[in-house]
Design a protein around this ligand. Structure first.
Ligand SMILES: *[C@@H]1O[C@H](CO)[C@@H](O)[C@H](O)[C@H]1NC(C)=O
Length: 456
């Protein structure tokens, strides 16, 4: 049952936080723990103030991916589990989908009080980029949902980062074609955060454990102009299977390959259940073997969901949680391998990568190496007006809805203007005004040739 006292306090936090800085919220509620310091990305590392921040976390998806539940909108659920997170000693959880029509103040405050940050996916099965047919799914209805999620979570100081996508590109070669739409979403999220005056919450992509395209994916999300690049990169990794080591697992190669990458990296899922687990992954992840390139990671995962990855078993419809022996082993490993002290040998300069060249594995079709779709016309107004109420998890969905993008973005402008005209097929809305900026490139003769062609 939801506690009315907590619910009221939660509503108070939400009401104030919408209009005030976190510091003001903290002052207005002196009876609660102070707000956690915000995490920033700088160079190739995360920071709380001058202290380096390492993700020492666990993925939290009670009910599994198919149930599409929001564990942070229900006080009973999060209270039950946050005390276990605290007992484990994690400092971060990842949540895969949330209901952006609901209030999260209570669970976020409980996480805060336990010293825990949130890395949040902004997608859910109904509101997401469709990896098999991405173009129509990148539309204004989708972005409204994404932005509404940002509105709800930007106000909590313990929101560490947002994932713009999770494993949209997977081991099916054709899914590489979804990359420009996920990158455009990443760009739009960063722009929305800036336009709405929120603090600079890091935005990045969580890549699948696919060795064929891992490096291209990483380079792609960190290439191009500053307004198009991610704040960090993360990937899922299942290659360290106990008993193993830094070199045996191949993690040494993943340090080598990402040396000089230029933005923070962490493992958004790690773990392997082939053999008896010992969580010795942390011996490398929390040491100077990796700290110059990696900022920790998240164990996959908290609850057992039809596979062996979980470390607790949840009993449906009750408060009961059974902690498996892996729970204690993970807790011991976290205690045995604390975060590295000092700066971990980070790199202070942020760097970008070259956009990957097109080949048989990496082919973005009409977008070439680096072009991106412009933000859909219908979504531009959210930058100035805000997104408004979120559709939640049970709305009509976005994948075949709304106005789609009608042009190619101008990199580096940070603008939201389409640069080519187009019939906004199926939306019933007029085409955007023609942008003449290409005159500078094509010249006047070129323009009249083009105009003539269009008129004939
Ligand atoms: C390291 O990079 C090389 C070259 O891109 C690639 O062939 C190899 O698979 C990468 N190794 C890992 C472990 O990512």
């Amino acid at each position: 049952m939801r506690s009315n006292v907590l619910a009221a306090a939660g509503a108070l936090v939400a009401a104030h936080a919408a209009h005030a800085s976190p510091t003001a919220t903290e002052k207005q509620l002196p009876n609660r723990a102070a707000s956690l310091p915000t995490v920033t990305a700088s160079g190739n590392a995360f920071w709380t103030g001058k202290e380096r921040f390492y993700v020492r976390g666990i993925d939290y998806q009670p009910g599994g991916s198919s149930t599409n539940e929001d564990p942070l909108a229900d006080t009973d659920t999060c209270t039950r589990d946050i005390k276990r997170f605290k007992d484990l000693g994690v400092n971060t959880i990842r949540v895969y989908s949330v209901d952006n029509s609901k209030d999260h103040a209570d669970c976020m405050q409980q996480l805060n009080d336990a010293g825990i940050y949130l890395v949040l996916d902004v997608n859910n099965p109904k509101y997401s980029i469709n990896r098999d047919d991405p173009e129509p799914s990148y539309n204004d209805v989708y972005l409204q949902s994404v932005f509404a999620t940002i509105d709800e979570f930007a106000k909590y100081t313990n929101t560490l980062a947002f994932f713009s996508g999770n494993e949209v590109i997977n081991d099916k070669p054709a899914t590489v074609g979804s990359a420009p739409y996920v990158k455009a979403t990443t760009r739009d999220m960063r722009q929305y955060i800036g336009s709405r005056g929120y603090r600079k919450i890091p935005v990045g992509y969580s890549a699948a454990d696919v060795s064929d395209n891992r490096m291209q994916t990483a380079d792609y999300f960190n290439c191009g102009e500053a307004d198009e690049r991610s704040d960090f990169f993360a990937f899922n990794d299942y290659s360290w299977c106990a008993p193993s080591s830094f070199t045996q697992s191949g993690w040494d190669q993943k340090v080598k390959n990402f040396t000089g990458y230029g933005i923070p990296i962490f493992l958004s899922e790690w773990g392997c259940t082939k053999n008896t687990r010992d969580f010795e992954e942390l011996s490398a992840l929390m040491s100077d073997l990796m700290s110059s390139v990696y900022s920790g990671g998240l164990l996959y995962e908290y609850s057992r969901e039809g596979n062996d990855f979980g470390i607790v078993e949840l009993t449906d419809g009750s408060d009961s949680v059974k902690e498996d022996s892996d729970f204690d082993k993970f807790k011991s490993a976290l205690a045995k391998y604390p975060a590295p002290s000092g700066d971990g040998g980070f790199t202070s300069t942020t760097a970008s990568a070259a956009c990957p060249t097109t080949d048989t594995i990496w082919d973005l079709g009409k977008w070439g190496q680096s072009a991106l779709p412009a933000i859909p016309d219908g979504a531009k107004k959210y930058m100035t007006e805000g997104a408004g109420a979120g559709p939640g998890l049970t709305g009509d969905g976005s994948q075949n809805a709304g106005g789609t993008s009608t042009g190619t973005a101008t990199p580096g402008s940070g603008d939201v203007t389409a640069t080519s005209t187009g019939d906004n097929a199926g939306t019933g809305r007029p085409a955007p005004p023609m942008d003449m900026s290409f005159l500078a490139v094509t010249g006047v003769v070129g323009f009249f040739t083009l105009a003539g062609t269009l008129l004939l």
